[in-house]
Design a protein around this ligand. Structure first.
Ligand code: GDP
Ligand code: MG
Length: 706
């Protein structure tokens, strides 16, 4: 019986990238003859199945979890690695491997596959999803691929059983050979591997240093992240392994500082060559279109040109298109205010309605059209597939600061709001990278900053003084400033408190699609709903509170316009503003702006409602004018204008950098499970904001601006 098994039973481990069709193929081959269990100690499913081969022999398949690389971190990926390295006592090392490749993503799949080939286990490659590759207009020269990789390659379509016969025949073959594929590495790497491999050679003389398994084990150990190397060495179970591996790594650090990147890029280079040789294109028109567009949009130079054009268009339309609905909303709130003034008896309640609620909420809601346009563009860019290209473009920048391209997606969503952005960091496996991304995400200019930017830009440039191009460019500059600050701080944190290596970003570029406007609109409306809900709750509450602290205690003086402003000065808010004025005066801010800044700690747009309330309470104007015109007339006690270009700029810089959002801080607390990190985030951002505004204002004064 046992003899028979050795002769007739063939055991294959089925491996491949996630979604390459392993399970579909496994099911198609084994049908109902499956056993499903769990790997002890982890919640990873273990699936075994059998089928009868072409010569009546039993063939057993083990469906291993999908993975992109042998140097993987997630628990299920570790199971695959450990089984292939023979490190699991519950599962014997497979004597044959069936690699499943998604033919429509050949390059990405080959990264893992070539690692598997280097294990020195006889392997067969199933070139799956061949139908999708064809539909894409890709042709694959299978003979070429097979001869380059030095293993049998068989095309198939797992979800069409009639295509599987050639694969079954291959799996039944009595003998399959080991691939001679191996990766050339620069000499420090080769020496480091030799150094580590020597351990196993000592232990057991039969094993040669050239043994592929030994070499792959050494390589994976050397390449493993700092946090994992100790565990992996223990798992590999060879005496002084950790010490030797660490010594070789410091040798690599000295002689080849970019050793980690070299390891990945060397493999990719060879894969690219291979793909170029084995892959051809029959061009369908839409394919060539995508291809040409991508060549432009992901080009290292033209790509940025495209990127900035798209962004520029977005910021200009934020001004141009939004101007009309904004004036309507402003008018409507003005009308309501006038009606109340006319029909309600004079008194505190009327003041609360007009100066508190209507001024506060109106001030913020006026910016709804601009926020809608921002979301419209973000939705449009996501839906057409351009966002993925932008992330691809940014990956080059991201890797310079030591972050994964994966971090760019959360950062990109932080343009809308940091909260979903921070939640999206959950897809980043590396704990330090994730924390860095969380820490810098609120530096990306979120939509709550948009009203502040817009108001200050309006105050900076009186109507008609400069073209919309200038306003759009300044707005875009603020976004770029925020983004650069995020990248700069990420770099700093990766260099200092959160050191660690960068992993490699694998991203697919989805084909371009015509956006579904319904989608885009729906999303826009949902976000608008969220914005209005905030206006109706948080901002309403704070507005009432602010009106109260700005109107009480009442001074006994007679009510004239002059006394109204001294009344504001003597109110709780006024006293508080004067109290903090010395701290913020070096930034060019007066006590009224100070009240706004403190109130805006709750949420950035509250700054607007606060200013609206303060100036309303102060000027009992019967004809309300827009907030930006009020700002432009505001003077200091010495008669100088408050909102000079320099002060506006200083406020803008402050808002780009500072952490003013209680909701974000509470989400950071939840996601990092600590109080320390949100506190740190608040301090470093507020500190940076203060410093930058200080430099802008004092520097500007030195240069002779006012
Ligand atoms: P796994 O993650 O590798 O186990 O992948 P699955 O077997 O779950 O397959 C992922 C998806 O690809 C499923 O929706 C399958 O139906 C589909 N699929 C698998 N093989 C093929 C194929 O050859 N052609 C096409 N068009 N789809 C396939
Ligand atoms: Mg599966």
């Amino acid at each position: 019986m046992i003899e028979e098994n050795i002769f007739f039973q063939k055991n294959y481990a089925v491996v491949g990238n996630p979604n390459s069709g392993k399970t579909t193929l496994f099911n198609a081959l084994t049908g109902l003859r499956q056993k499903v269990g769990n790997y002890p100690g982890v919640t990873v499913e273990k699936k075994l199945g059998q089928f009868i081969g072409q010569h009546g022999e039993k063939i057993e398949l083990l469906d291993l979890p999908g993975t992109y690389s042998l140097s993987a971190h997630a628990p299920d990926e570790c199971v695959t690695r450990d089984v292939l390295l023979g490190l699991r006592s519950d599962t014997p090392r497979p004597d044959r491997i069936l690699c499943v490749i998604d033919a429509s993503h050949l390059e990405r799949n080959l990264y893992f596959i070539t690692q598997v080939l280097e294990l020195g286990i006889p392997t067969i490659i199933a070139l799956n999803m061949i139908d999708l590759a064809q539909a894409q207009g890709t042709t694959i020269d299978i003979t070429k691929l097979s001869s380059e990789l030095d293993v049998p390659v068989i095309a198939c379509q797992a979800n069409a059983k009639e295509t599987l016969l050639p694969l079954k025949i291959a799996l039944s073959r009595a003998e399959i050979t080991r691939s001679s594929w191996s990766q050339q590495l620069p000499s420090p790497w080769a020496r480091a591997i030799d150094g580590v491999a020597a351990i196993w050679t000592h232990d057991e003389e039969k094993i040669s240093q050239r043994d592929p398994l030994v070499r792959m084990k050494s390589l994976l150990l050397l390449a493993s992240p700092d946090t994992e190397i100790e565990g992996l060495a223990k798992e590999m179970n060879a005496g002084s392994l950790l010490g030797i591996a660490l010594a070789q790594r410091s040798m690599l650090d000295r002689e080849l500082p970019s050793w980690r990147e070299v390891l990945v890029s060397a493999r990719y280079e060879r894969i690219m060559e291979l793909c170029q040789a084995a892959q051809g294109r029959t061009s369908s028109t839409s394919e060539t279109m995508t291809h040409h567009l991508d060549e432009f949009l992901t080009h290292p130079v033209w790509g940025w040109f495209g990127f900035f054009s798209v962004m520029g268009l977005m910021f200009i339309s934020i001004f141009v298109v939004a101007a009309y609905p904004m004036s309507w909303i402003e008018g409507a709130f003005g009308c309501v205010g006038n009606l109340i003034r006319e029909f309600m008896p004079q008194g505190d309640l009327r003041d609360l309605m007009c100066d508190g609620i209507i001024a506060g909420i109106g001030g913020v809601v006026t910016f709804l059209p601009q926020i809608l346009i921002l979301f419209f563009f973000i939705g449009l860019l996501e839906d057409t597939g351009y966002m993925a290209r932008a992330a691809f473009l940014m990956d080059r920048v991201m890797s310079k600061v030591g972050l994964h391209g994966k971090s760019f997606i959360p950062l990109l969503s932080s343009y809308a709001c940091a909260i979903p952005g921070i939640m999206a960091t959950r897809t980043i496996e590396n704990a330090k990278d994730r924390l860095v991304t969380i820490l810098v995400a609120p530096l990306m200019s979120c939509s709550a900053r948009l009203p502040v930017y817009a108001l200050m830009i309006a105050a900076l440039f009186p109507a008609g003084s400069v073209s919309l191009w200038m306003k759009g460019a300044l707005m875009m500059g603020l976004y770029i400033f925020g983004t650069s600050a995020a990248l700069g701080f990420a770099w700093l944190f990766k260099k200092t408190i959160l050191r660690g290596e960068t992993s490699i970003f694998l991203m697919e570029l989805p084909p371009y699609r015509c956006p579904v406007l319904k989608h885009v609109f729906l999303q826009m409306m949902q976000r608008a709903g969220m914005f209005l809900k905030r206006a109706g709750t948080v901002i309403l509450g704070i507005s009432i509170l602010l009106w109260f602290v700005a109107s009480f205690p009442k001074s006994n003086l007679e009510k004239s316009n002059h006394d109204k402003s001294s009344q504001l000065e003597e109110s709780y808010a006024g006293r508080f503003g004067h109290f903090i004025e010395p701290v913020i005066a070096p930034l060019g801010f007066d006590w009224k702006i100070g009240i706004g800044l403190v109130a805006a700690q709750a949420a950035r747009e509250v700054f607007i409602s606060t200013l609206a309330i303060i100036y309303h309470v102060e000027n009992d104007d019967e004809t309300p004018s827009s907030l930006s015109t009020t700002l432009m007339k505001e003077t200091r006690p010495n008669g100088m204008l408050v909102y000079t270009p320099l002060t506006c700029l200083s406020i803008l810089v402050f808002f780009v950098l500072s952490m003013q959002c209680i909701s974000t801080l509470s989400v950071v607390r939840r996601e990092t499970n600590s109080l320390l990190w949100p506190l740190f985030q608040f301090c470093y951002m507020t500190g940076a904001a203060y410093l930058a505004s200080f430099l802008v204002y004092q520097g500007g004064k030195l240069l002779g601006f006012i």
